[in-house]
Design a binder for this molecule. Structure first.
Ligand SMILES: [Zn+2]
Length: 318
């Protein structure tokens, strides 16, 4: 693995560039903390994908740097147009629905959260979801944190919300008092998802709830992409490269996510699959053939109960 300095600013960026002959390292499983049961399942040339047989976690091989991933996230989500590619208002509305549904499955609701307890959204981007949450809940403090200062600055100006442009571990948040902590599409971007979960749990009020969402590893699309790669001896690699892209370091199955939550001390965990926004209303930007493939695969996933997102509600264990 080589290190490259970007042309201008941004700090040190680790790229998935391997010199010829350098062996691909499996890397430690973020759930089990070891590479003991892990092996490389796809060698994509400049990077590889590993799987841990003990817990089922799939992840990009090799070592990662947290600082480099923060730079990558900012670049992918703000600089290169993710925020422009999709209707963020629509996604935020869907996240509000997911929060209600997830709490509902756990026998809770936005109205039943501890009175006056503050609410935190980790990875808040520009605050669109937090703004919707504020509109749906009683008077209380709403805080958003995101490593992208540019996004939080934009959101502060737009929504007049308390959005903090830094890692949530350093955002001065008091432990044990948040009635709701949400993290949509966060865990797959971080180098140590277990550490993030542990810190998230410490912030929760004893009667508070955590809600998070990550992409699911167990979908028709991934199965087909894997089969195409294997049956053509690696010739058809583009679908795999798109599905296991460098921005997402880990790919959870329901089992590996449950195991990680339990290991970090979560309790009353309720996990369900849900459709991804991209298949419901975000496919408009793709070419007709790709759009049809996305919708067909999503339909099959619906039938099989293997929709592309895992949505979880949980509480802090004793
Ligand atoms: Zn594992």
């Amino acid at each position: 693995m080589s290190l490259r300095m970007p042309a201008a600013g941004g700090g040190l960026v680790m790229e998935h560039v391997l010199s010829v002959g350098e062996p691909l390292a499996v890397g430690d499983c973020a759930v089990c903390g070891t590479d003991h049961d892990a092996s490389i399942i796809f060698d994509l040339g400049d990077y590889a994908v590993s799987c841990c047989a003990a817990c089922g976690l799939v992840y990009l091989s090799g070592q990662r740097s947290a600082a480099a991933e923060r730079v990558r996230y900012q670049k992918d989500h703000f600089d290169t147009g993710y925020m422009q590619m999709f209707d963020i208002e629509e996604i935020a509305g869907e996240q509000l629905k997911s929060t209600r549904a997830s709490l509902g499955c756990a026998g809770a609701s936005l109205a039943s959260l501890p009175r006056w307890s503050p609410v935190l959204d980790i990875g808040c981007a520009c605050g669109h979801f937090l703004n919707k949450l504020r509109g749906a809940m009683s008077e209380r403090q709403f805080i958003g944190v995101d490593v992208s200062r540019r996004m939080t600055e934009k959101g502060r100006a737009e929504f007049d919300l308390d959005l903090r442009g830094r890692a949530f571990e350093t955002a001065g948040l008091p432990p044990g008092c948040f009635g709701l902590v949400t993290a949509f599409d966060v865990l797959e971007h971080v180098v140590s998802p277990g550490d993030v979960l542990a810190k998230m749990l410490r912030l929760l009020h004893p009667n508070g709830w955590g809600v998070l969402e990550v992409p699911s590893e167990r979908t028709i699309f991934r199965t087909v992409a894997r089969a195409a790669f294997q049956m053509t001896a690696g010739t058809i690699a583009e679908p795999l490269r798109a599905l296991y892209h460098p921005s997402h370091l880990t790919y959870f199955t329901p089992r590996s996510l449950m195991r990680l939550l339990e290991r970090q001390g979560a309790a009353d965990i309720v996990l369900r699959c849900k459709e991804a926004h991209i298949t419901r209303f975000g496919a408009g930007g793709y070419r007709p053939l790709a759009r049809a493939a996305i919708r067909t695969a999503a339909g099959l996933d619906r039938l099989l109960g293997t929709e592309a997102k895992l949505l979880v509600a949980f509480r802090r264990g004793e």
